[in-house]
Design a protein around this ligand. Sequence first.
Ligand code: SF4
Length: 260
Amino acid sequence: MNNFDKENFANVHSFESFGTVDGPGIRFVIFFQGCHLQCKYCHNRDTWSTENNQIYSIDEIIDRILTYKNYIYPSGGVTVSGGEPLLQVKFLINLFKRLKEYNLHLAIDTSGMFNITDDIKELLSLTDLVLLDIKHIDSEKCKQLVGFSNEKELEFARYLSDNSIPIWIRQVIIPGITDDENDLLKLKDFLLSLKTVEKVDFLSYHDMGKFKWENLGFKYELDGVRSATNEDIERAKKITRIFLKIRVFFLFLKLNLCVR
Ligand code: SF4
C-alpha cells in the first residue's frame, strides 16, 4: 500500500511519548517507516521496508503530540526519527509548519545521506536541531558498512553548519570497524571544521537487534563482532578530545552574549 497522498499522510513505524535521548528535554518521537541505507548494525531492521504501512494523517499525529504537550513543553519537543524520516520530506514540511504554530522545538534524527534539494532546504529552515548519524568518516569503509559512501552526509553536515543549524553528532562505536585511531582523528578534524556542533555522542554497538534480522529471515552480518564497552567509548572520546573544545566554545559564546 504505497499509493497515498504523501504530502498529508505518512508511513509510520511507531511512536514514543517520553523520549529522553533524542534531543533536549522530554521528546515525542515519531519513528517513520522506510530506510534506504543498509547499516549492518541496524537494530531496527523492521523499519527498512516501505511496505509495512501504518498510515497516519497530519491531524492524527498532531492530536497525539498535543496529548503530551504539557510534558514536552517548553524544554522538550518533537523528534522525527526512523527508519529514515527524510524519505518522507514533503510530509515533514507540512507537519513542521503546523507544529511551529504550537511553538514546539523540532528535531530530525537522520543519516543525512541525501542531496540538498529545495524540499530538504525548506524542511531544514523549519528545524531547530539535527541529530546527525555519521556512519563512518572513511568513505570506502562507510560504503562497506551501510551500502553508501559518506560524501552526501558530510556535505549535509556542512550545509547545516553553513546555515547555522545546531547539530548533535552521533557515531556508533563498533570494535574493529569504526574505532580505528586514524579514522577517529579524521572524524575529529571534520567535526572541528563545523561551526554548529553542540554535542558529540559515541554510541555503543550491541547486537540486541539481531533477532529482528533473523525473524525477518535475514543473515545478521556482524555476527561475532563484540559489543562496545565503556572503555571503547572512553577511548574514542580520548582520541577525539572534541567534547571539551565544543563545550568551551559554547561557554565562550554564552559568556560573550551575557556581557553584551
Ligand atoms: S539509517 Fe538507521 S534505520 Fe536505516 S539502516 Fe541505518 S541504522 Fe537502520
